[in-house]
Design a protein around this ligand. Structure first.
Ligand SMILES: Cc1cc2nc3c(=O)[nH]c(=O)nc-3n(C[C@H](O)[C@H](O)[C@H](O)COP(=O)(O)O)c2cc1C
Length: 346
């Protein structure tokens, strides 16, 4: 049992924010596998203020799916007002997380995301302003620092703590690394026991063993599942089982993968409609088909621009027929490099 402010959690897995992936339907689908909470993809605080109607779908949360909202922005008062607006749109949101790690140039140019880490005092000011504006706990998601030479996570965390932050997530890469190269939790060794609020560790969690190692090194309370969970939702159940009960669950069969994939396909189309839904599925579905015999052929078929929704479903059903009880091979961090580098935000 751990908590963020007054919100208590049994499960230690946190579904991480991913622009272009963690939409409402994805979060709802993943909730079935047992994360403590899901974080929305980052939402612009300016967008929330200027076009709350358009922002609504990003901050909405399905019943039975505990959700925190992630906001981004460069100025404390704007982030605070944006956060308050998000809470007004969806009062069920459990906490507000502030993005301080996004490496996308457009976001940095606006002084948001990882640009905030260049000014640790400002990071504190943002959290302070948000805390004054909302009644729920406030958390921040940071990186190790800008580069190996300017790794200032400790300084930033000190300012966040002064501002009374309720939890901190550290993605154990520098901004320079963006999403490639190895995540390096060894730089935040024992951090979890050194700070008075919960630490959530993020980076390269592709297997239950990866999660266990990251927690052992950092002493984090929470473990964030991001790219590793895309197309492998059962990872959440495997991590929970290993961390809570010391039991290793076998990898899912391709029949299970197929059933889950079909379910998510329907939910995605329901949420995003035919056109946007199909575009989203072209990046989601191939991940479900990874790690099996013929996966390259299946993946090529479903990503073919000529394959429509029904065609895609056909391949996913065929996979279950052809491979049935064969288990997905979840190779862990090392062999997933190709997948990892392919999934970058725009
Ligand atoms: C496509 C994509 C979109 C992402 N969007 C966000 C985001 O909106 N907010 C955020 O804080 N992190 C975002 N991240 C970072 C993830 O939450 C996570 O910290 C990172 O991918 C490291 O974990 P992993 O190596 O296990 O994927 C994104 C990552 C990817 C790959």
């Amino acid at each position: 049992m751990w908590s963020i402010g007054r919100i208590r959690f049994d499960s230690r897995t946190v579904l991480g924010p991913m622009s272009g992936f963690t939409s409402r339907s994805y979060r709802e689908f993943m909730a079935g596998f047992g994360p403590a909470v899901a974080v929305t993809e980052m939402v612009s605080s300016k967008g929330l203020l200027h076009d709350p109607v358009a922002s609504e779908r990003f901050v909405s949360s399905p019943k039975g799916c505990p959700t925190g909202v992630q906001v981004f922005g460069g100025e404390p008062d704007i982030v605070a007002k944006g956060a308050a607006k998000a809470m007004e749109i969806n009062p069920d949101l459990l906490f507000v997380d502030v993005n301080m790690g996004c490496p996308v140039p457009k976001v940095i140019r606006s002084g948001s995301g990882s640009a905030l880490m260049r000014d640790p005092r400002k990071c504190g000011d943002v959290v302070k302003a948000v805390k004054d504006a909302v009644d729920v706990p406030v958390t921040a998601k940071i990186r190790l620092g800008g580069t190996d030479e300017t790794m200032n996570f400790r300084e930033v965390i000190d300012e966040l703590l002064k501002a009374d932050v309720d939890a901190v997530t550290v993605h154990a890469r520098t901004v320079d690394q963006r999403y490639a190269g190895r995540s390096r939790p060894e730089f935040i060794r024992n951090l979890g026991r050194e700070i008075p609020v919960p630490l959530i560790v993020s980076g390269d969690i592709y297997s239950a063993d990866d999660a266990l190692r990251a927690i052992e090194v950092t002493d984090a309370e929470g473990i964030m599942i991001a790219r590793g969970g895309v197309g492998n939702p059962f990872l959440i159940a495997q991590v929970n089982s290993l961390l809570d009960r010391g039991i290793e669950l076998p990898d899912p069969t391709m029949r299970e993968q197929s059933e889950w994939c079909l379910h998510l396909m329907d939910m995605t189309i329901d949420e995003l409609g035919d056109k946007m839904g199909l575009a989203r599925l072209r990046s989601l579905v191939p991940k479900f088909l990874a790690g099996c015999r013929y996966s390259r052929e299946y993946r090529r078929a479903v990503t073919d621009p000529g394959t429509d929704y029904e065609g895609m479903r056909g391949f996913v059903v065929r996979m279950a027929d052809e491979l049935g009880d064969e288990r997905r091979r979840c190779e862990g961090t090392g062999l997933r490099l190709e997948d990892r580098t392919a999934m970058k935000p725009a």
